[in-house]
Design a protein around this ligand. Structure first.
Ligand SMILES: *Cc1c(COP(=O)(O)O)cnc(C)c1O
Length: 374
């Protein structure tokens, strides 16, 4: 079976360096914060071309910490998409704010027109709009110039969910630079993945960075003195040491993801009715996922691929606003979210990870062609 993703292959590709990094931490005896975490933060800030990077325990926490550091909380509404990992929406509620969900465009990211529409028809008496979180889903940059123009016009804070888009660029500019901060996940299967949980926030704002550092560790600026009400959300030094090794491979891994995506797009071109990823003008996606649009034949295609030894996943099968925890409770943009609801029924993620050999990519292409035309 060719798996959709394979984090163990990423470990094996750098086994000696990762084993040495783990041993270094075990033997130096410093198991919370410290130099390994600080060094990873410096390395990641340099990679992301950001003034500051503040590591934490997960991508969800990165979003919560960023929202809190940006002054967003109870009484504020935060606009994001429903076609995303549930964590984007969960983080808004965990920060005490109210999520408002809008529809996506043909690139499966936040539709600027939907954002504009929800702001225009804002219900009287509802929590006021305070911030917008676009998600660079599947590693494809959202329509940032348009979204940033809208948030600027309405005086809203812009926070980017970069959990799937480490290193993606739009108009030559890395994602994470339109907003006041960007939140990344370091979950094992993400483009930069720990061997466990991790997250990191980038920002160019000194005050936001200072607040993030305090919030993630009991609100401390000085040991044992909580200057603000904080929490515990630290990245383990063990994970930081591993991530420093893996960050070194990220540029080459990204190029490999792009090469695999190009091979799929060439190999699958011309299959009638099968939608391939659309690339926004000026975008250089990082292909966290290679997602095809199989329309009403999605479930049938997934079953046939499984029979042929090809593993696939669905990102995501149920839009957040239709999930039991949120159903009927989350405010929607006008007219429901038809693109989001259609995506949940039609998307399929093909195998894609940097260690996937060309021979396997070709097997997947052959299997999709055979399944689609049978
Ligand atoms: C993975 C992910 C998150 C959450 O990250 P965790 O590290 O799992 O907490 C948030 N947003 C998006 C878009 C993600 O893909």
């Amino acid at each position: 079976m060719i798996p959709q993703t394979n984090p163990k292959a990423a470990y094996l590709a750098q086994r000696d360096a990762i084993d040495a990094a783990i041993r270094r931490v075990l033997e130096n005896g410093w198991y919370i914060q410290g130099e390994e975490v600080a060094a990873f933060e410096r390395d990641f800030a340099a990679y992301a071309d950001a003034r500051h990077a503040v590591a934490c325990a997960s991508g969800t926490d990165a979003l919560i910490l960023a929202l809190r550091a940006l002054g967003i909380g109870p009484g504020d509404a935060v606009i994001t998409v429903s076609h995303t990992a549930v964590a984007t929406v969960a983080a808004i509620e965990l920060a005490g704010a109210t999520p408002v969900l809008v529809d996506t465009d043909e690139y499966w990211t936040m539709a600027p027109a939907a954002l504009e529409a929800v702001l225009k028809d804002w219900p009287a008496g509802a929590p006021g709009p305070k911030a917008v979180i676009p998600v660079h889903l599947y590693g494809q940059p959202a329509a940032m110039p348009e979204i940033a123009a809208i948030t600027e016009r309405h005086g809203l804070i812009l926070l980017e969910d970069n959990a799937q888009a480490h290193g993606a660029t739009l108009n030559g500019r890395m994602v994470g630079h339109w907003g006041k901060a960007a939140a990344y996940s370091l979950y094992p299967t993400k483009n930069l993945g720990a061997i466990g949980d991790g997250g990191i926030v980038t920002t160019d704002n000194d005050g936001v960075a200072d607040t993030l550092r305090a919030l993630r560790e009991y609100g401390w600026r000085e040991r044992y003195i909580s200057a603000i009400a904080g929490m515990n959300s630290r990245l383990d030094p063990l994970q930081a040491a591993i991530l420093r090794v893996k960050l070194g491979a990220l540029p080459a891994d990204t190029e490999r993801r792009r090469a695999i995506a190009a091979r799929y797009s060439a190999g699958l071109a011309g299959l009638s009715g099968l939608g391939l990823p659309k690339i926004r003008a000026g975008a250089a996606p990082v292909y966290h996922l290679y997602v095809i649009d199989a329309g009403s034949r999605r479930n049938e295609l997934q079953a046939k691929l499984k029979e042929r030894g090809v593993g696939t996943l669905i990102h995501y099968p149920v839009p957040v606003h239709l999930q039991p925890a949120y159903l009927g409770r989350i405010a929607l943009g006008p007219g429901g979210l038809p693109n989001t609801e259609r995506a949940a029924k039609s998307v399929l993620s093909l195998p894609l990870f940097p260690q996937l050999p060309d021979a396997d990519v070709d097997m997947v292409i052959a299997a999709v062609k055979a399944a689609w035309t049978s």
